[in-house]
Design a protein around this ligand. Structure first.
Ligand SMILES: Cc1cc2nc3c(=O)[nH]c(=O)nc-3n(C[C@H](O)[C@H](O)[C@H](O)COP(=O)(O)O)c2cc1C
Length: 364
């Protein structure tokens, strides 16, 4: 059964289906974002990893590939946060996603410009705080999700947040199919957001050697949370590099990060003073702390090696546990069509169940 499923999310974002492609550093580029939007979903461009001076061009690139609304992700502690904010407002971008960085004044500035503010949260208290600060929609990411992630699974966090806030809630962490979409809607969510599933599409920029490693990972327990990379819990496919980092002492990891930071600072043209300013900015943020600040430089270097250079042995592969149940690449178009078809089938089966015409779980 074909279905459309109009929700508060589709109304606010202007997409056809309640399916969001989340921002993934170096992965959610203009092509992936536009492919999602052209297929009827809503894509977020990974603005937090766009080099200073390149944001305008990246947004124009998305616009050249799709006439549909899309979003941009950013972090307040990225060196060019103001550049992203200005570009988002100037281009009339439909929505922004972010973590815990922006204050109420920044959120007000975006909302006054008509930008939908849609943070991602991994804990109940962060959801409540995000709404107090002005969020229009909250994406709730359960612990099974990819990238930086919390400890509470989607099945527990999602209803907790739905009970606590009055804005539309989007479910993330572990979704890949139409069953998941219907389950999220049944909880009361307005849609689903997926990272890993969109990374594993033919529209993804990730090189084939790394995509192969993701697809070969069949055991969800081998997609692990580690704090060894930047000091914060983050989920990765367990590979040679992750094991090496986990086996290193903390001083060795800090020294490695300092080397990467010097290299990165030179490339970004920051100089010692600029680096110190950025460090203080990160430390002042909620997710700060000396250790985390120093180790933050490990992440871009090693993740780019995994998902940009396509080295699944010496680089890192951020991933949700859902990668273990994804067997093949699909285009964004095929993925979204399939999810909507499966959702329609599940809804029809549930309608039969509610009408007393079927007994779910009985052998047929
Ligand atoms: C490769 C990868 C990179 C990510 N990078 C970011 C990022 O830069 N910023 C961010 O807010 N979330 C990031 N995330 C988290 C995703 O946006 C999303 O919330 C998460 O993947 C959802 O869980 P799922 O993977 O189970 O669908 C990343 C996730 C992955 C898999």
């Amino acid at each position: 059964m074909a279905t459309t499923l109009r929700t508060a999310l589709t109304d606010r974002l202007g997409c056809t289906f309640p399916i969001v492609q989340t921002a993934m550093g170096w992965v959610a580029d203009a092509r992936l974002t536009a492919a999602t939007c052209n297929a009827g979903g809503f894509g977020f461009l990974a603005g937090a990893t766009i080099e200073p001076g390149q944001v305008d061009a990246a947004i124009r690139d998305v616009k050249s590939r799709t006439g549909r609304p899309f979003g941009v992700n950013f972090h307040m502690f990225q060196p060019n946060a103001e550049e992203v904010l200005e570009a988002v407002i100037r281009h009339g971008v439909r929505a922004v996603s972010y973590g815990r960085g922006p204050d109420a004044a920044t959120i007000r500035r975006l909302k006054d410009a008509g930008v939908v503010c849609m943070p991602t949260v991994g804990a109940l208290k962060h959801a409540v705080k995000a709404v107090e600060l002005g969020a229009d929609i909250v994406t709730v990411q359960g612990g099974e999700g990819g990238g930086h992630t919390g400890a509470v699974p989607t099945t527990i966090l999602l209803p907790q947040v739905l009970d606590a806030v009055k804005v539309p809630v989007v479910a993330a962490g572990g979704f890949s199919d139409g069953r998941g979409l219907v389950a999220a809607l049944a909880w009361g969510a307005s849609g689903i957001a997926m990272g890993t599933r969109f990374l594993l599409t033919t529209d993804s920029p990730v090189p084939s050697a790394s995509l192969k490693r993701y697809l070969e990972t069949r055991d969800p327990t081998l997609i692990k949370v580690s704090t060894a990379v930047d000091g914060l819990p983050q989920r990765f496919v367990e590979n040679e590099e992750l094991k090496r980092l986990e086996g290193m002492s903390l001083p060795a990891r800090l020294a490695m990060s300092a080397r990467y930071a010097r290299h990165w600072g030179r490339e970004a043209g920051l100089g010692p003073l600029g680096m110190a300013r950025l460090g203080l900015k990160v430390m002042a943020g909620d997710e700060g702390g000396f250790r985390t600040t120093v180790m933050a430089a490990n992440l871009p270097t090693l993740v780019q090696r995994g998902v940009v250079a396509g080295d699944p042995v010496n680089g890192l592969l951020p991933s949700g546990q859902v990668a273990a149940v994804i067997e093949r690449l699909e285009s964004c178009e095929d993925l979204i069509v399939r999810i909507m078809r499966e959702a329609g089938d599940r809804l029809a089966a549930l309608a039969e169940l509610a009408a007393g015409n079927s007994k779910q779980g009985s052998p047929t």
